[in-house]
Design a protein around this ligand. Structure first.
Ligand SMILES: CC(C)(COP(=O)(O)OP(=O)(O)OC[C@H]1O[C@@H](n2cnc3c(N)ncnc32)[C@H](O)[C@@H]1OP(=O)(O)O)[C@@H](O)C(=O)NCCC(=O)NCCS
Length: 160
């Protein structure tokens, strides 16, 4: 599946919102995406776009000094398992690294096997568990870190 990754634009938001809504029980309202794209200077929002212009996935990082916080991330269901998620994650991490990030943090549902596989494979490790964190089903949240050494290693591997 062919795709390219570029910064999110306001005109992408309806498609991004639809992907988020279809992918997550607790999804962001459209106005949150407008804030990210138009106002939040800490935000690094990207989309993956197919050859026909369709938005296939998105990722939002917040770059806070030397920390890259993964804020939101999903791939269109019909486009999953083609490497788009991995490419978006690496692109976001690379952009934040270029901006000075040296560590990364995220939260993931304990039962989210797909995302956990991707984060494990990228070098994140579970730092702590927030019991019954998610309001919809009281699922535990795992707080995962990408430590400076693992972040550097990932960046070096990807630019080889
Ligand atoms: C998580 C998500 C973004 C992954 O996107 P994707 O484009 O399918 O991911 P990729 O194709 O790049 O796959 C990345 C790796 O995860 C693995 N993976 C994907 N889905 C998997 C699953 N259901 N179970 C186990 N491993 C899985 C792939 O095999 C691949 O591993 P490999 O490189 O070792 O083969 C996608 O499943 C999604 O949108 N899920 C719903 C939203 C979500 O959970 N977002 C994250 C919130 S923290």
């Amino acid at each position: 599946m062919e795709f390219t990754i570029r910064p999110m634009k306001p005109s992408d938001i309806p498609e991004v919102f639809a992907i988020d809504k279809a992918s997550a029980a607790l999804y962001w309202p459209e106005r949150s995406y407008h804030f990210e794209v138009e106002q939040n200077e800490a935000s690094r929002p990207f989309v993956a776009v197919g050859s026909d212009g369709e938005i296939l996935g998105f990722i939002v990082f917040w770059l806070i000094i030397d920390e890259a916080h993964l804020a939101n991330f999903a791939v269109r269901e019909s486009a999953r398992l083609h490497g788009i998620g991995r490419a978006l994650l690496l692109h976001g991490l690379k952009s934040c690294h270029d901006g000075g990030a040296r560590v990364s943090f995220l939260e993931v549902r304990a039962g989210n096997a797909a995302a956990r596989h991707l984060y494990d494979a990228s070098g994140y490790h579970t730092e702590s568990i927030r019991k019954q964190y998610y309001q919809d089903n009281h699922e535990d949240a795992l707080l995962m870190n990408l430590d400076p050494e693992d972040y550097e290693k990932l960046m070096k591997e990807e630019t080889k």
